[in-house]
Design a protein around this ligand. Structure first.
Ligand code: SF4
Ligand code: SF4
Length: 299
């Protein structure tokens, strides 16, 4: 069995819904990414601009990088509380994907019979993960700016393993969005622009998770119907009808997450208890309370 086939088999046995390999090299989407930053569409995520140049090539993160192994892990698109994005209601994906990718790196080194230099990236390093997932043949970038994986939908987390090992690249796939514009039409905030950019300044997901301070007035700022994240553009994607069976059990929703009224009444200890291990804990009780008030139209 070739090394590439071995990697695909191991990735599947670790529970990844899709995996593929791309040759490491210069990013193709970096100029467009720069345009997005220059237009200020990254809103308050200044960390994206600070380390922008490192995203030009994976070699900036792993000197001598030759290959990018990209993986997608599915999370449930249904169930849980309607007030939170479905991806956030289970265990934190950084940990779940990171552990699996480290295990995969060990397996690759064992099989190669030599030390292999590698770096795990799960939203933790300045890498244009979606581009590498597309180049590794996992799927395509949908109009909602998320990866769409045939057979697994767009409710997926992306991870990458940079390797100093030369591997054969997987074939790329072209977009199958066709004439569909369901996600663009479903966005309640007008954040999905006609030129294909996602304007984070309007996006409810950005505003509820990343934005510090008071919420701005306007279509996204009201947060009607959400206290954490927004699923409107992924929920309507027809490709999401596939792959629910591939969801990893650690991403199953934690039972009985509080609704906005209960959040407002939560103590600091109660917050820690309820949200331990989930990505929601990262934003803290103050921001979650702010969102809860906005979600029910109070300030
Ligand atoms: S997450 Fe919500 S607000 Fe953001 S682009 Fe998608 S539908 Fe629009
Ligand atoms: S909803 Fe339609 S346009 Fe949007 S990502 Fe899915 S297939 Fe593509």
């Amino acid at each position: 069995m070739s090394m590439e086939a071995f990697i695909m088999e191991r990735a599947a046995s670790l529970g990844f819904a899709a995996a593929g390999i791309a040759r490491a090299g210069a990013s193709r989407s970096w100029p467009r990414y720069r345009q997005w930053l220059d237009a200020g569409m990254h809103a308050g995520m200044s960390y994206l601009a600070r380390r922008a140049r490192e995203r030009e090539t994976p070699a900036a993160l792993l000197p001598g990088a030759r290959s990018v192994l990209a993986v997608a892990a599915r999370y449930p698109s249904r169930g849980g509380s309607r007030w939170y994005s479905t991806y956030a209601q289970g265990l934190d994906y950084h940990e779940a994907l990171g552990l699996r990718l480290r295990a995969l790196a060990d397996d690759i080194a064992k099989r190669a019979g030599r030390p292999v230099r590698s770096r795990v990236c799960v939203d933790t390093a300045p890498l244009l993960e979606r581009e590498w997932a597309v180049r590794a043949g996992l799927g395509w970038l949908g109009r909602q700016n998320s990866l769409v994986v045939p057979g697994a939908g767009c409710c997926v987390f992306i991870g990458a393993l940079l390797l100093d090992m030369e591997l054969e690249a997987s074939p790329e796939r072209s977009s199958q969005c066709g004439d569909c514009r369901l996600c663009v039409d479903a966005c309640p905030a007008g954040a999905l622009r006609h030129d294909g950019f996602l304007d984070a300044r309007l996006c409810r997901s950005y505003l509820s998770i990343e934005h510090a301070g008071a919420l701005p007035a306007g279509p996204g700022g009201g947060l009607a119907g959400t206290v954490y994240g927004c699923d409107a553009c992924t929920a309507v994607c027809p490709w999401n009808r596939q792959g629910e069976n591939l969801a990893l059990s650690e991403f199953n929703p934690v039972p009985e997450l509080p609704d906005p009224g209960q959040i407002i009444a939560l103590s600091a200890g109660g917050f820690e208890r309820v949200f331990a291990g989930t990505p929601i804990r990262r934003i803290g009780l103050g921001r979650l309370r702010r969102n809860a008030l906005a979600a029910i139209g109070r300030t």
